[in-house]
Ligand binder design. Structure first.
Ligand SMILES: C[S@@+](CC[C@H](N)C(=O)[O-])C[C@H]1O[C@@H](n2cnc3c(N)ncnc32)[C@H](O)[C@@H]1O
Length: 241
């Protein structure tokens, strides 16, 4: 171990913990081991007050573990960067003191995960490990019973926050697609799907794998009621049998 490695070793380790889409049984054994052994657990809390990541693993958190809520704005843009600066600073204080910190991340940490912003701020200063999680995108395909891609199919994952024209261009060339971050963007997505003749192929799911999971015929979805935790899926049409 050289001097730099030795200095890092005395500090705590940072874990980006993928905790899966909602069902606590979809935690990996590794995520469970780290979650239950670290002294400090950090997790995002939304402006809306919702704390989904913590709720998923609530049964595994012990009273003696230190909890570090990370208040974050709902959307990630330039204005959200100070929130991540503050969260990273709080986490760094524990790491500097030699305490390992697990940052909970719903689904997989490296797929549109809030942990990535902590990773970008701290991974060059502290030993960091990212534990992959089951992404809501793939959990949704499983819950919908929808084979997603065959053979040479190309899958596109895209946020509903894109402008309608961009969504249209991306969806027009996709063999299969998953649209995330629906919420108030559902009506726009619906209009684009109708324009492309994809509406009848599209599937809809809310809160996949959670106790209140809901699967609806997409034509019956009321735009004003679509939550953030919802996905539209367009499975491949290729069916090799
Ligand atoms: C910021 S992204 C995070 C994705 C996450 N890292 C993953 O791998 O699943 C949040 C979006 O993921 C989707 N999502 C996450 N969990 C979900 C679930 N249990 N059911 C349906 N959609 C979910 C929603 O579209 C939501 O707007």
């Amino acid at each position: 171990m050289n001097i730099v490695e030795n200095a890092i070793a005395k500090k705590g380790s940072l874990y980006g913990l993928g905790i899966g889409p909602g069902d606590p049984e979809l935690l990996t054994i590794k995520a469970h081991r780290i979650l239950t052994s670290v002294p400090v657990i950090a997790y995002p809390t939304m402006e809306s007050g919702k704390v989904l990541a913590r709720a998923i693993v609530a049964d595994f958190i012990r009273p003696e573990q230190i909890e570090v809520p990370m208040p974050l704005p709902f959307s990630v843009d330039r204005s959200s960067q100070p929130y991540y600066d503050i969260a990273a600073k709080k986490i760094a204080e524990h790491l500097e003191a030699g305490r390992d910190v697990a940052v909970l991340c719903e689904g997989d940490p490296m797929l549109y995960g809030s942990f990535m912003y902590i990773f970008n701020r701290l991974s060059d200063r502290f030993h960091t490990e990212v534990i992959p999680g089951i992404s809501s995108t793939f959990a949704s395909a499983a819950m919908l019973g929808a084979p997603l891609t065959y053979r040479n199919d190309v899958l596109s994952i895209m946020p509903a926050t894109l402008e309608a024209g961009v969504l249209r261009d991306r969806l027009a060339v996709a063999d299969a697609a998953i649209i995330i971050k629906l919420g108030r963007h559902f009506a726009k997505v619906k209009a684009v799907l109708e324009e492309l003749g994809l509406f009848t192929r599209a599937l809809y799911i809310e809160r996949a794998t959670m106790p209140n999971q809901t699967i609806k015929a997409i034509a019956s979805v009321v735009a004003e009621e679509v939550p953030y935790w919802a996905i539209v899926m367009i499975p491949s049409q290729t069916n090799p049998q």
